[in-house]
Design a protein around this ligand. Sequence first.
Ligand code: NAD
Length: 437
Amino acid sequence: MRVAMIGTGYVGLVSGACFADFGHTVTCVDKDASKIDRLHQNIMPIYEPGLDDLVATNVKDGRLSFATDGAEAIRRADAVFIAVGTPSRRGDGHADLSYVYAAAEEIADLMQGFTVVVTKSTVPVGTGDEIERIIRERRPDADFAVVSNPEFLREGAAIGDFKRPDRVVVGTDNERARAVMAELYRPLNLNETPIMFTGRRTSELIKYAANAFLAMKITFINEVADLCEAVGADVQQVARGIGLDNRIGSKFLHAGPGYGGSCFPKDTLALVRTATDAGSPVRLIETTVAINDARKKAMADRVAEALGGDLKGRTVALLGLTFKPNTDDMRDAPSLDVAPALIARGATVQAFDPEGMEEAAKLLDGVVFKSGPYDAVEGADVVVILTEWNQFRALDLDRVKLLLKQPVMVDLRNVYRPDDMKARGFRYTSIGRPDHA
Ligand code: NAD
């Protein structure tokens, strides 16, 4: 199959490279010339484990190419994927669909022969109908079908997720489009991946319902963690105790500073808007959004409490800035709330992140960026673990203790064990666990 991927970001680049690896011929298109330039030099514009090798192999074998101008690729494509961003619209939380609709117009003007236009971007219910209308209006003659195929990959584990997904969801009632989609994903038959064909609106809603449910699950365990602190219970054991029940499942039950990232915050908000507009509000998700916003902001209070309540003149070492490990993605990361809140209370913040600092420097004013974890900790009054990168799980704690002004750690990811930290002489606080076992 010939594929054009419009948008070469976290989703478009990974999906494009994986489809090429399945044996299809893929052109990844992006308006951002610097991204395409870098890809032509085999420099990845994002950090994603394994991506550089996957891209290099498929470029070398002639199945994967990159372009700023999609004309040629769109003309020849059996399937054109829209994988552009759908950020929150300022002010009202609706998904901003301007990039999606602009891509639809470009595709309409260029496509030839039967073309399947696939929305991979996360888009609100009814967007497929609007894309179809836009294309039909510009090209009354065109032979095409608009399909919804939401993406469920996780940054940091994106290639494995794309190649071994729990399921693939395809929303269409067009038989020819269905055959093209089945052919595109045929290699997944090998590992018996369920491919679920459904209506387009249903498919669009599945993506939002999935993300909202996961965000709610995280928020649930975060509230249980607060309760654990109040009553002297251990959230990790509560999570294990409930997670072993198959009806609940153990994933997404890690208490922390609140969810962030490029998807959950914007997708929960967009679902709330869609539901409100449809006259069928999703109050659980409205509450989830409110609790999570408040939680991220409250993390600075925890740091202040660890230092006796006052942060004026204190130095805080922040370890981890990205919203999770193994990505350089800073969008809506908790650090964007935590660091400014610490600075507003009078603290000096010195931070280190293995991959996120270039992006973080554009978003965080007043933070001093350091070249490594020990460099960040040196001379600080407290060290805060904000993202659980592997290198922060295996710190030389004796060295950390020596470098700190005083041995205080606030572990917002429950990386270390309270009894162990106490034995090492740290004043240690974490999330939802008694200070000592
Ligand atoms: P991104 O911002 O990393 O990438 C989007 C890319 O599209 C950018 O490089 C931009 O330059 C390009 N673009 C915009 N308009 C264009 C056009 N007309 N022609 C060519 N290129 C254009 O975004 P992302 O994280 O890859 O997310 C894309 C979509 O996938 C979003 O809807 C998101 O919600 C969804 N999604 C993201 C993830 C994730 O983990 N990042 C997971 C699942 C779904």
